[in-house]
Write a protein that binds this ligand. Structure first.
Ligand code: GTP
Ligand code: MG
Length: 195
């Protein structure tokens, strides 16, 4: 999809700051540094739109990107970064839970995991949490450019079994370097947000 009109509308920490125009929202979640901001940039063909960084924990607010007045991408704070304080971690947790539990126009979550590794215990907790609240979830295994083709079947099995994935949930390999998975992720987003 090509969009010309994309804006970061608000970096919110409180529901009072969420947009009020009722557009569908797709949230991106995953541990710190997994590649959420990069995925947003890749999907929108914008290099520096969502801030990416080699310093984990960069995104600490819910960042609402308005995509041509059709939908929002919501970049969620990354979890599982050891160096943030316990207090900060609780704050992030609270921001994320409030959003996921109360936001009616949130149509689904793209959960990013690292294609190279087994999902972490934080990934497992997040996936279980999403399933508990019956949130439609797309699992994206990113940084797939960093594994060999021959490892994919093994990594697929590992991710599916570690998350105990619901057979109705899809798993897509993705790379913000090669843009692999771009179309498949967009198809899911379009379907969920009924664009
Ligand atoms: P936080 O905002 O801290 O939660 O991180 P994030 O999940 O938004 O990660 P970000 O997009 O900032 O990416 C983290 C690092 O991984 C950056 O150095 C990116 O360039 C790199 N990266 C992200 N996606 C890919 C990918 O598909 N392939 C490769 N090779 N590197 C990637
Ligand atoms: Mg980020």
């Amino acid at each position: 999809m090509q969009f010309s009109d994309i804006k970061l509308v608000i970096s919110a920490v409180d529901p009072k700051q969420y947009p009020t125009d009722g557009l569908p929202e797709i949230a991106l979640s995953g541990r710190s540094n997994v590649g959420k901001s990069s995925l947003i940039n890749t999907l929108l063909s914008r290099k520096g739109l969502a801030r990416t960084s080699s310093t984990p924990g960069k995104t600490q607010t819910l960042n609402f990107y308005n995509i041509a007045n059709r939908l929002y991408f919501v970049d969620v704070p990354g979890y599982g970064y050891a160096k943030v304080s316990k207090k900060q971690r609780e704050q992030f947790g609270h921001i994320i839970e409030t959003y996921l539990q109360t936001r009616k126009q949130m149509k689904g979550v793209v959960l990013l995991v690292d294609a190279r590794h087994a999902p972490t215990s934080d990934d497992v907790s997040m996936y279980n949490y999403l399933k508990y609240y019956e949130v439609p979830t797309l699992v994206v295994a990113t940084k797939v450019d960093k594994i060999k083709r021959g490892q994919r079947v093994k990594q697929t099995k590992l991710i599916i079994s570690a998350l105990d994935m619901d057979p109705n949930d899809e798993l897509i390999f993705f790379s913000s370097e090669t843009k692999e998975g771009h179309d498949a992720v967009w198809r899911w987003i379009e379907q969920r947000s009924q664009l």
